[in-house]
Design a protein around this ligand. Structure first.
Ligand code: MN
Length: 312
């Protein structure tokens, strides 16, 4: 059984008011946990007290993926070119499916004092990646774990014996927030065909005896049918991810997921040309009405596989 502990790296995100996120996937030698292909963790950022910051990401495109927005604190207004306007709130998942193309904006609202959450991407399999735009919202109620160990909010897929989410996914997936009580020890039953990831937000936790630091993502290959979480004296809040190993090779560049260099180049040109593929966001009130794509690198983009290896 292979496990890895990913350390986060800091990346500025967005336009004028860039927010710094801690990114653990993709990593050099691991691209995915199941079909989860992107893990950004941010905050807690004291928006009010600093009179700055917050999130203001102007309209930008996506292809071939789903974005999963999940907050611990704060509120974000989402607008997309499928016509969806949604408030992202703590405990409520917003799942946006780009299909062949979408664009969206994300702005933290006036009521936000503290912004704190995760932004995750799910890669769509080749057979489904040209589907239509979609947006789903689901409030995941906390469900008690055994023996007063805490609660789980399952926002995607199902966690054995605990809860399941009705939100549709294109590959078998799991996404959940676990709030562990002080000194709680929990043995989670896992689907042994899934890879899993454990991201530590607040508190302290060890996974199968391995302690995590704030923002670390513990990753485990398929095989084991359980995982032991041990919380510290102040408890722990974690994000649990899982999914069937994703065996396709993909190219992730900027906000696009594709399969070949030429395809990514075409997506870029179409975004720059305001092509029909991405549609329009209505009602975004920031100064920059669309984020321009960066230049492609001088070398051809190469696909990566689940081990992070670049091929072709
Ligand atoms: Mn986005």
């Amino acid at each position: 059984m292979a496990t890895q502990r990913m350390k986060p790296r800091e990346v500025p995100l967005g336009g004028l008011r860039a927010i710094t996120v801690r990114r653990t996937l993709p990593a050099k030698d691991r691209s995915f946990v199941g079909a989860w292909c992107f893990v950004d963790h941010y905050g807690p950022q004291r928006v009010r007290a600093n009179n700055e910051g917050g999130m203001d990401v102007p309209p930008h495109p996506h292809t071939g993926l789903q974005t999963v927005s999940w907050l611990f604190e704060g509120e974000i207004e989402h607008r997309d070119s499928g016509g969806a306007i949604g408030q992202v709130r703590p405990g409520e998942v917003n799942l946006m499916t780009s299909g062949a193309g979408i664009c969206h904006s994300e702005v933290s609202t006036e009521s936000t004092d503290v912004l704190h959450g995760v932004q995750l991407w799910v890669v769509l399999p080749d057979v489904d990646r040209h589907t239509v735009r979609n947006f789903e919202h689901f409030a995941a109620e906390p469900v008690a774990l055994a023996a007063d160990a805490g609660t789980a909010r399952v926002f995607l897929g199902s966690l054995a014996d605990v809860a399941e989410s009705p939100v549709h996914t294109y590959t078998p997936l799991l996404g959940a927030q676990l709030d562990l009580a002080r000194d709680a020890k929990v043995t989670l039953r896992l689907d042994p065909t899934f890879e899993h990831g454990v991201l530590l937000d607040t508190g302290a936790v060890s996974v199968d005896g391995e302690p995590l630091e704030f923002g670390d993502l513990f990753c485990q290959d398929e095989g084991p049918d359980s995982l032991v979480l041990q919380a510290g004296p102040d408890g722990a809040r974690i994000i649990l991810l899982g999914g069937e190993p994703f065996e396709e090779e993909i190219i992730m560049w900027w906000n696009f997921v594709g399969r070949t260099h030429d395809e990514i180049e075409q997506f870029r040109e179409q975004w720059q040309a305001q092509a029909e593929r991405f549609g329009e966001v209505e009602g975004y009130e920031g100064e920059t009405l669309r984020i321009p794509a960066p230049k492609l690198p001088g070398v051809r983009l190469r696909p990566r596989n689940r081990r992070g290896k670049r091929t072709a």
